[in-house]
Design a binder for this molecule. Structure first.
Ligand SMILES: [Zn+2]
Length: 274
């Protein structure tokens, strides 16, 4: 372990020991997170509004309604899940909004507070509502598990080292804005976006399957969906942007197979509940 890593871990552990460890609902994993939820939501809202000003929402009423319908059902599933597990506090601060944006990019994303965008380009790969539920379920699972805030917390400790964190963590500070964009893969200024960590992908896959199953979409469609995504090329013959942060490989497919039994149970129960 090199010196920087040691500093990072020491700082992480110190911060963690002070106040910053929280637990991911469902998986129970503890995570480093010292970003206040309210701040994450307000920064998201600001970037989301700017994005909607600069990008056109789709004029296709039918496709827009499909995206919104899938989104509503996934959001309801999350509410139901939290009630079932008696973790309603996890629902605080969400104001769900699902939008279809006109763009050939094969992409989708979700931000803290529940702002979700699907690009029309994705509809060529996500042709059914169940396919859309795979993507929306997965993206929303990243939000639910607060992966963005966790990435920001680690990046703060890595980049700012011994600087006073409390002073650095301000909504308007340049460092915070940069880390926010980096944590969510937005903005070219952050350079090449690395794939989200395997741990986060694995967690989002598992939660995403549960959420889509509880929303009464068959979780089995996730495997052919991700396989189709892996074979897809965009208009320039390149792999979709979505794959730069969500590599679809054998590892993902075997992970999905591993989680399928659990998801199937939730699906059967949801169908029984009617
Ligand atoms: Zn992901």
């Amino acid at each position: 372990m090199n010196k920087n890593r040691i500093t990072l871990w020491t700082l992480g552990l110190t911060v963690c020991g002070l106040c910053a460890c929280s637990e991911v609902a469902i998986t129970g994993r503890s995570q480093l997170n010292f970003m206040p939820d309210s701040m994450m939501s307000s920064m998201s809202l600001q970037h989301y509004q700017t994005f909607l000003k600069e990008n056109k929402t789709s004029t296709d009423a039918q496709q827009t309604e499909r995206v919104k319908r899938v989104g509503r059902r996934i959001a309801q599933a999350i509410t139901k899940y939290c009630r079932m597990k008696d973790i309603q506090s996890e629902l605080r601060g969400y104001h769900w909004e699902f939008n279809l944006v006109d763009s050939n990019d094969i992409n989708a994303w979700a931000m803290p507070g529940g702002k979700v965008v699907v690009y029309t380009g994705l509809l060529a790969v996500a042709q059914t509502e169940a396919d859309l539920a795979v993507v929306i379920g997965h993206e929303v699972a990243h939000v639910f598990a607060k992966h963005g805030a966790e990435r920001m917390s680690y990046n703060y400790t890595a980049q700012l080292g011994g600087m006073a964190l409390a002073k650095a963590i301000e909504e308007k500070s340049e460092a915070t804005q940069k880390l926010f964009l980096g944590a969510f893969g937005l903005g070219a200024q952050v350079g090449v976006m690395l794939p989200f960590s395997r741990l986060h992908e694995s967690e989002a896959d598992r939660l995403g399957l549960i959420f889509m199953a509880m929303a009464k979409y068959n979780p089995e469609v996730s495997i052919p969906f991700w396989q189709r995504m892996a074979r897809t090329k965009d208009g320039k013959g390149q792999p979709p942007e979505f794959l730069s942060t969500h590599p679809s490989d054998e590892r993902r497919i075997s992970r999905l197979r591993r989680y399928m039994d659990e998801a199937r149970d939730y699906y059967r129960q949801a169908l029984r509940d009617g």
